[in-house]
Design a protein around this ligand. Sequence first.
Ligand code: GLN
Length: 547
Amino acid sequence: MSKYIFVTGGVTSSLGKGIIAASLAKLLQARGLRVTIQKFDPYINVDPGTLNPYEHGECFVTEDGAETDLDLGHYERFLSIFTSQANNVTTGRIYQTVINKERAGDFLGKTVQVVPHITDEIKRRMLLLGENDQFDIILTEIGGTVGDIESLPFIEAVRQLQWELPEEDVMVVHLTLIPYLKAAKELKTKPTQHSVKMLSETGVHPDILVCRTEEPLNNDIKRKIALFCNVKQEAVIEAMDASTIYEVPLLMLREKLDIICLKKLQITKFNEPDLNKWIGFLDKLKYPRSKVTVGLIGKYIELQDAYKSILESFVHAGAVNEVKVEVVNVHSEFITRENVAEKLSHFDGLLVAPGFGHRGIEGKIIAVEYARTHGLPFFGICLGMQMAVIEFARNVLGLKDAHSTEMDPETIHSVINMMEEQKKISMMGGTMRLGSYPCAIKENTLAHTIYGDAVIHERHRHRYEFNNQYLAEFEKNGMIASGLNPESGLVEIMELPTHPFFIGVQYHPELKSTVEKPAPLFVSFIAAARKYNEQKGTGQRKSVTLS
Ligand code: GLN
């Protein structure tokens, strides 16, 4: 029988519910329990795949091709487990299922209502991952803030489960904020009291309060919160701001968050937490030997969450290389031939980011050209790889109008074009090439050195591909396809063997990078950036000019 921990949030959004949930799950996993996390999001979109990154940040893609909330990325990065379609449920998906059932006549003439029909479907999905005895504990993060109209049915479902399941099988962790008022020099508990009151009015009583705070909570404050909010004092957990999200599991361990949960769930069989690897990673992260600066060329740079997995992959790769990776965002829209050197010459490596649509495209192409002709380590992801292909076609093959049909449907030289099966699709949601696909890697290539494997599996999210009609010409001129899909022959990896480090991948390696298994491409890219940086000092930098 699985047990369930629900994580709700109060007072304000952005308190880091996902990180707290992932940290608690990490501790339980480190104690030998089988754990997973799922997220229930209150919006009407069936999944976040159709959302602009400015809305909710990056769309995280799972192995099975689900387009999900970025918190699932945190879950995977912390736990090194794969999540799936079942781990992210939205209000839209719940309603879609219920409405489809209603159309099929499954409700036998009954009036279909929020309670019980919507809440029944929510509960069914909340319990789904617990069905096959795969997990001891399932954590469920409820998106939004308590008091929001949208999340009420989710909270109501939690209330019902608290009644229906044995008391020792369900618990609720509520995350709140204890603001520090500088003028009064005091921590204030009132917002937390109100948020717990609001949660209690819906019939859900929290077992644990995790309190985000900038200042330590002394015993008096903890006693006061416990008294007013009706929880045990030991269940008032201090969550101080941390220097990195990866420190949060250790802060929670110190506060005994995991032990209090295990007690409430009456789990008696668990080990001392095995966090050796985690602590080893943190040590390297906190005490780097040197620094590299990487330019992230993108167009959603105003919002850090838009490139969440890429930024976290750099953190993992930096720790492996024992360097601090400073990522500087460069807006591709503002890169021109005239200013490119000024904007990019101080970097130790360039990553050209994924993306959609034509805004900022020419700037990305100019950035690729700069990296290619200056021996600057280059790493292109998805759209970034496509831009590397276009740049090479234009500047080396001399196909001046080479483009992707995404940006220029009329181009004569469509070096990037849409897959045949994509052309028949008219619906937007969930219709890209999504999820994990195999890639066969050629020997004696950079890709082979990086992965050390003949076949790898990486995740995808795109509609356009390298146009294989041009492959022979590319390879004849020095840009080779070092990774191909073994069944379809679609190009997965392009590289320039004469360049110190120049690689573009059609897939998204950032989606599989975790603390314990950093993505090999990021690790090698940072190693190349470090080398480039070291050579800068000695004046031995190798510069190549291909065109
Ligand atoms: N827009 C490009 C495509 O659909 C690239 C997508 C991406 O970078 N994820 O193929």
